[in-house]
Write a protein that binds this ligand. Structure first.
Ligand code: HEC
Ligand code: HEC
Ligand code: HEC
Length: 172
């Protein structure tokens, strides 16, 4: 299993131009620690929901119109409101909708390059899950790895290559 994981980490590296060298040599955006975080079974669901001002003020749920500009997600994907897949993206990165969308521009507009990065991430999640038994094509069905598995509330996930260390506690 660990051998398969090494091959998977090397394959994931090909999605990140900033990764360099063949794992474990070099710099890697994603390594074992990115998903496992000290646990045999990586987590897939954010423990906290991110609520924006409208959500927290109890605004009524938005109308569930089907997407009109979806290039990779199935057209029937639920994309509106805090309980939608978009809400999961928001929880996974701990950002608001505007982080990937365009401020006050309509949500179907492609002005923010992060939207295309997120599309590539959807394809990456599909590629990773295809390595695990009994998983569906993201976001449909059971998923071994989700956006949250790597991101854990951070737009730039942790790996051993980019881990930040706090200074030692001052001596008493
Ligand atoms: C993209 C996320 C991801 C990365 C990166 C990753 N793993 Fe995993 N790993 C998983 C998932 C998901 C499982 C399945 C857990 C389950 O469902 O039981 C798993 C399972 C395993 C298991 C089997 C655990 C068990 O008891 O069945 C081992 C061993 C393992 N990983 C080692 C590694 C090592 C070593 C690396 C780095 C070379 C690594 N993994 C990198 C996601 C990842
Ligand atoms: C991590 C990036 C990211 C975040 C955060 C995000 N989105 Fe999206 N959103 C996308 C991507 C990527 C697509 C297009 C997917 C595709 O092409 O299949 C999309 C598509 C949509 C669409 C479909 C537009 C249409 O009609 O075609 C809506 C609506 C939407 N998002 C709403 C939201 C809302 C509301 C939030 C906040 C709760 C949010 N998004 C947060 C990346 C994001
Ligand atoms: C296998 C681990 C992994 C998974 C799974 C993953 N990401 Fe990422 N993502 C990364 C890494 C690593 C980066 C940082 C890359 C860099 O800076 O070069 C990143 C960067 C991003 C960025 C750009 C952030 C910025 O500010 O530049 C967005 C947006 C994003 N991911 C969205 C998503 C979404 C949405 C999903 C789920 C569909 C997802 N990611 C799943 C590893 C992952």
């Amino acid at each position: 299993m660990a051998r398969k994981m090494i091959a998977m980490v090397r394959l994931i590296d090909t999605s990140f131009p900033s990764s360099a060298g063949v794992f474990p040599e070099g710099y890697h955006e994603v390594d074992c620690s990115t998903c496992h975080r000290g646990s045999v079974k990586p987590e897939t669901k954010a423990p906290q929901k991110f609520y924006n001002r409208a959500n927290s003020m109890g605004a009524p749920p938005p109308p569930q119109n089907p997407g009109v500009s979806l290039k990779v997600l199935p057209v029937e994907t639920r994309v509106h409101g805090a309980e939608s897949l978009m809400g999961e993206f928001r929880d996974a990165l701990n950002v608001d909708c505007g982080y990937c969308h365009g401020g006050d521009r309509p949500l179907q507009v492609d002005v923010n390059p992060r939207k295309d990065i997120a599309r590539k991430m959807i394809l990456l999640v599909r590629q990773i899950n295809s390595k695990f038994p009994e998983t569906g094509v993201f976001p449909v069905g059971n998923q071994a790895v989700t956006c949250y598995t790597c991101h854990r509330g951070d737009p730039h996930p942790v790996s051993l290559s980019n881990l930040r260390y706090d200074p030692p506690a001052p001596k008493q």
